[in-house]
Design a protein around this ligand. Structure first.
Ligand SMILES: C[S@@+](CC[C@H](N)C(=O)[O-])C[C@H]1O[C@@H](n2cnc3c(N)ncnc32)[C@H](O)[C@@H]1O
Length: 325
């Protein structure tokens, strides 16, 4: 599985940094408010999935839960959550996370990519999909499957990584993930925004993140995509433990809305997202007015998120989308 930019930050936090670029993110990570703000965003997004699917007390499907998101967050409010993932390892991790968190109403199922979902027609009240549909070999087939397993009037809430946010300078990036003191992974992103696709190359190196940064510095190479010249990569070759390449489709909101209609959904509603809203609310509230506990944050956010997700958003901003069967 290749991690996408947002997903990386959320799941790996401080262990994952873009290589000396993306100063904004580096600053945010260095800032002590970072973690707290991300908790708000996370809660806002979980409430978004819950309310948009009308999921309270219901049977929900989470397509591509990764390490259990949003399933494990939403499970507290749902009847049952089933997560289906194409990676057997991910399914194992989700199940372990559920056990560790004492969540008994979430179960996780493995379904190889490109195969029909292992569920009958009209078996779920709602479906959640976070940064996952675009990772499948045939996203249109996936959307048809998600529509098939939804009950009539059921709702799919979908978040996706459109590439528009990378326009004007962030089309090509390198991320360096520290795996341990001796190993790191380089991820090269080459995004073709107008073609709605991203080529991604992953190299696992027998070097630490610091070794990579030191090497670039000593070679006088810029710390960005262009800094990794063919010559430098040749010299890194003996340290390469693993190399992978893939191309992902990254539909923009408009394309995804078309695909959802083609897949059989009767209504497609782009609307504002609970996660970004919660992040903005956090930033706009003076510190002394921010609730101290996550439960209180949730109480504050719940009615607001419910309202926000009903507010239509322009499709060209690539917003969250609710699709009604
Ligand atoms: C970027 S991760 C998102 C994980 C999680 N939803 C999140 O937002 O943190 C994409 C997930 O989709 C899963 N996935 C990719 N193709 C899939 C397929 N055809 N069927 C089911 N899951 C798939 C991957 O294994 C991975 O766990």
């Amino acid at each position: 599985m290749f991690l996408t930019g947002l997903h990386l930050v959320r799941s790996l936090g401080h262990r994952c940094l873009p290589l000396l670029g993306r100063k904004g993110i580096l600053r945010r990570l260095a800032n002590t408010g970072h973690d707290e703000r991300w908790h708000w965003v996370d809660r806002g997004q979980i409430l978004d999935f819950l309310f948009a699917t009308r999921g309270a007390g219901k049977r929900l499907l989470d397509f591509g839960p990764g390490d259990g998101w949003p399933s494990l967050g939403v499970a507290r409010f749902a009847g049952v959550v089933v997560g289906v993932d194409a990676s057997a390892r991910r399914v194992e991790v989700c199940s372990q996370n559920a056990r560790r968190l004492g969540i008994s109403n979430a179960k996780f199922v493995h379904a190889p990519a490109g195969t029909p979902l292992p569920f009958g027609d009209a078996t779920f009240d709602g479906v959640m999909a976070a940064s996952s549909v675009e990772q499948t070999p045939d996203p249109k087939f996936t959307l048809r499957e998600l529509c098939r397993v939804l009950k009539p009037d059921g709702r799919l809430r979908i978040g996706y990584e459109a590439l528009g946010v990378y326009r004007n300078g962030k089309e090509r990036e390198i991320w360096v993930l520290g795996i341990d003191d001796r190993t790191c992974r380089l991820v090269f992103y080459d995004r073709h925004i107008d073609e709605e696709r991203a080529d991604q190359y992953g190299l696992t190196l027998a070097m630490s993140r610091k070794d990579v940064a030191d090497l670039l510095r000593s070679e006088g190479c810029p710390c960005n995509y262009e800094g990794f010249t063919v010559d430098l990569l040749e010299r890194l070759r003996p340290r390469i433990l693993d190399a992978r390449a893939c191309t992902l489709r990254h539909p923009c909101g408009r394309t995804l809305a078309e695909w959802l209609t083609e897949a059989g959904f009767s209504e497609v509603i782009p609307s504002h997202g609970g996660g970004p809203f919660a992040g903005r609310l956090f930033s706009n509230l003076p510190q002394e007015r921010r609730p101290r506990s996550l439960e209180a944050v949730e109480d504050l956010l719940a009615p607001l998120v419910k309202a926000v997700i009903d507010m239509p958003a322009p499709i060209d901003t690539d917003p969250m989308i609710t699709a009604v069967k």
